[in-house]
Write a protein that binds this ligand. Sequence first.
Ligand code: NAD
Length: 254
Amino acid sequence: MTNFVDDLAAALSGAKHAVVLTGAGISTESGIPDFRSPGGTWDKFDPMEVASLDVFIREPERFWAFHRPRFDMVASVAPNAAHAAVAELQRRGLVKALITQNIDGLHRRAGSPDVIEIHGSLSSGRCLRCDFRLSTDELLARADAADDGVPRCECGFQLKSNVVSFGEMLPGEELDRAFEHAGLADVMLVIGSSLLVAPVSNLPGFVLANSGTLAILTEGETPYDSRAKIRLHTKAAETLPQVLAALDTLDQTD
Ligand code: NAD
């Protein structure tokens, strides 16, 4: 029987430019629900009703009523063994770039030295009207002090975190870096993503075009499943430490 854990370790150890792409599934074992699994966030909310740029502009009270508790939720959880294993792969030089769709900051808290946060993050805020920038602490202090829960800029407009909302542009520099690394990748490991959200859903196409190895460690289905050389439907926080152990065994037999 194929042992995909060993195959993944061998692929990473032989790669020139391995890239990891993560989604909400890497953080579920930390206690943050993903979007599309049963019981996930979008089972309970319609994203366009609470998390779109349109709602932020027209009904900031509604936007912030959904958004504010997410800061506390993220602060109350910790990175898990999968985040730690990815950071270790980066430290060992086996992974050249980490691209995440997550906004929870858990990769950084697990010690990842460089994270391309393609959907932004909760770690800072800004004014979309005058481009005033502020820390999350200040953003939340203003939200908590306001009668309607909406933090406001000196210019009078409502403030927003740097999480990319539906209908908002993705950060250009992060997007460029993600595409550049995907274009160089000879191995891409996708962890915990349904690969349904564009433009991230296009990134695995680059490694296939390079005749590289696509590895997918995600419980649910993805549109790339039949083209992945390595396909694991297991839990990320259980499987990635096994991959590190398999890499250690490979090192000893070299
Ligand atoms: P998704 O919900 O579409 O897919 C997650 C996938 O991970 C599913 O296939 C699920 O079966 C799988 N999964 C769940 N737990 C897993 C585990 N322990 N191990 C392995 N696989 C597991 O998520 P996505 O593809 O990231 O969707 C994109 C959107 O979700 C992005 O816009 C992202 O910003 C947003 N999001 C982020 C967070 C976060 O920051 N933690 C949370 C929810 C949603």
